[in-house]
Design a protein around this ligand. Structure first.
Ligand code: G3P
Length: 216
């Protein structure tokens, strides 16, 4: 499974990229707004840090305006993927952009029916938001499982980005379901390599090693 980081913070991207496990980056308008930097400059900086798909979201509401915005964003760098919301206008824009060879990540997916339409429109990626779905009493991972069933039955050139991840269990469930990508917030990535038994084990080895050194 590919691992993306879900942030627009350059420091966090730089740090996680240094671990050698990062395949791409997703941003959204809320994440970009936190950084207080010009959007296009920020996207360019992220592309310079990570060699993989970098999702940047359009803010327009009509298909024609989304397409104009998308064309401008892809001119920043060849790795830019256009995030388009799942609306009727978003579907039209996705079809146009896909026909032009521009990669689209259809976002805010909350049903298998929406996912199916996004695949048909030519989205290269679809982003079901599992955490936000859990938040309203639904089952985010069941949604991912339904989407994976659909993708297994057909030949769409679409990869699933499991998004709105809240904890490491979301990530491991996504991997067990064969989801192509998880986009993970920085804090969850940090939690993924932590285990108290690992820390206890390291401490015990260090203590035993120190005792042996004293004996010699
Ligand atoms: O980037 C899209 C998605 O991952 C947002 O997550 O935590 O705001 O629900 P969250």
């Amino acid at each position: 499974m590919k691992i993306f980081i879900d942030t627009a913070n350059l420091e966090k991207i730089r740090e996680v990229n240094s671990w050698g496990i990062l395949d791409g980056v997703t941003t959204n308008p809320s994440l970009v707004a936190k950084e207080g930097m010009d959007f296009e400059t920020l996207v360019g900086e992220i592309c310079n840090l990570v060699n993989g798909p970098i999702s940047a979201e359009v803010m327009s509401e009509t298909a024609n305006e989304m397409v104009d915005e998308a064309r401008k964003l892809v001119s920043i760098h060849e790795n830019v993927v256009i995030k388009v919301p799942m609306t009727e206008e978003g579907l039209k824009a996705t079809k146009t952009l896909a026909d032009e060879g521009i990669q689209v990540n259809m976002t805010l997916i909350f049903s298998a029916a929406q996912a199916l339409l996004a695949c048909k429109a030519g989205a290269r990626y679809i982003s079901p938001f599992v955490g936000r779905f859990d938040d309203v009493g639904e089952d985010g991972m069941r949604l991912v499982s339904e989407i994976m069933d659909i993708l297994d039955s057909y030949d769409y050139n679409t990869e699933v980005i499991v998004a709105s991840i809240r904890h490491p269990i979301h990530v491991t469930h996504a991997a067990r379901m064969g989801a192509h990508i998880a986009t993970i917030p920085y804090d969850v990535l940090k939690k993924m390599f932590k285990h108290p038994l690992t820390d206890i084990g390291i401490k015990r080895f260090q203590d035993d090693w120190a005792k042996m050194s004293k004996k010699q």
